[in-house]
Design a binder for this molecule. Structure first.
Ligand SMILES: *Cc1c(COP(=O)(O)O)cnc(C)c1O
Length: 372
């Protein structure tokens, strides 16, 4: 099959031909033409969160996690203390990387099937004045649950603590407004809901805290303050930029704007989510989360109860029909995940459901009903 498979994963995602074609050109990292692309992309990214007045945006080479690590290293002082409300795998990752960089970390366990509550964050902050920052995962991609960003931001502001937001899988799809939601740092990446290719992240840093970030980072390559200062002086990235990724992101952002920006993207992903969940429900599948706490980004489904079910065979069957699914990330229950994001629409989701139906048939499984 020479047609690209549709990626129903949390990134990398299916991209448009136009985005792919933007990578067929070599750029010099010192060249004014390339620097102009970087500058234009940064300007457009700031506009997505309405952060022109309050924030700067600093890009960084690498996968999304590199930027989470860099944000913590840059924004949290070495003697800082972070609180991580934990309702999933990406929360655990944020806690681990903070701890490995020598920051003091407190984890607040939250059940995986419900959002973090702002009130429980508030009581932890009230009880422990040594906590300097909260790290919130906006959409916990491990399950697909949406955490209440605006409410947690308000609590952090009331208590005078910093907030770092991992908005990797929500940025550009769910609304985020820096004019009304106060955060010190917010992290996203090229290869998620902006529908660029993977290879760089970017961190919005509040201007009011930027100065104080100098010297926080224990890592040279992860120092976003230094990256920002250097970029301000030269217009260039400090170290070799992912030139083709930046060029593709510029093209992806242009298409994002043409589509109608964040509201239009959310509408399309919501239509994808509805086509997916309706189709899967008709096959007997049950989502792990209640619909009211589910973001239309990625859906976790219970595995079918049928003894012939095996994720690897299920995956291979869907893949042979052109659709790439994603394994589950839960330890207690057997699940798999299906992404609703990328340059795809409800038609592709209906085709994906059809591919799942054919795969079940091939495996001799009557329906997707899970164990009850
Ligand atoms: C994708 C993602 C990341 C980054 O993962 P990488 O594999 O490093 O790109 C971080 N947090 C969340 C919530 C994500 O969805």
């Amino acid at each position: 099959m020479d047609r690209d498979r549709i990626l129903l994963t949390p990134g990398p995602l299916t991209t448009t031909l136009r985005t792919k074609l933007a990578m067929l050109k070599d750029w010099g990292s010192w060249d004014a033409d390339f620097n102009a692309i970087t500058a234009r992309v940064r300007e457009r990214l700031l506009a997505v969160v309405h952060g022109q007045d309050s924030h700067v945006v600093v890009p960084l080479q690498g996968s999304g996690t590199f930027s989470v690590e860099a944000a913590v290293a840059t924004v949290v002082p070495r003697d800082g203390h972070v609180l991580v409300p934990d309702n999933g795998a990406y929360c655990k990752r944020a806690a681990k990387l903070s701890q490995m960089m020598g920051r003091r970390v407190s984890v607040m366990p939250v059940p995986e099937d419900r959002p973090v509550r702002a009130a429980e964050v508030a009581s932890r902050l009230a009880a422990d004045p040594t906590i300097t920052h909260v790290i919130l995962i906006h959409c916990e991609t491990g399950t697909g649950v949406e955490n209440p960003l605006a409410a947690v931001a308000a609590v952090c502001e009331q208590h005078g603590r910093g907030l770092i937001v991992d908005a990797m899988s929500s940025f550009a799809a769910l609304p985020i407004d820096a004019r009304t939601t106060r955060f010190d740092a917010l992290i996203a990446a090229s290869g998620k809901c902006l529908e660029g290719v993977p290879g760089m992240g970017f961190v919005f840093i509040r201007k009011a805290v930027l100065e104080a970030c100098a010297g926080n980072s224990q890592s040279l390559a992860m120092d976003l303050h230094d990256q920002h200062v250097y970029m301000g002086k030269t217009g260039q990235w400090r170290f070799t930029p992912p030139t083709h990724v930046v060029a593709a992101l510029a093209e992806a952002v242009a298409q994002f704007d043409e589509e109608g920006g964040q509201p239009a993207r959310l509408a399309r992903y919501t239509a994808n989510y509805q086509a997916l969940t309706e189709g899967m429900a008709a096959l007997g599948f049950r989502p792990f989360l209640a619909p009211e706490v589910q973001a239309p980004i990625i859906v976790t489904f219970h595995a079918p109860a049928h003894p012939a079910y095996d994720f690897k065979r299920f995956y291979e069957g869907a893949k042979a029909r052109g659709f790439v699914l994603y394994p589950g990330k839960l330890t207690q229950v057997e699940t798999f995940r299906v992404g609703c994001i990328g340059a795809i629409g409800p038609n592709e989701m209906r085709q994906a459901v059809h591919a799942v139906a054919l795969t079940l048939q091939e495996m001799g499984i009557a329906d997707g009903r899970p164990q009850t």
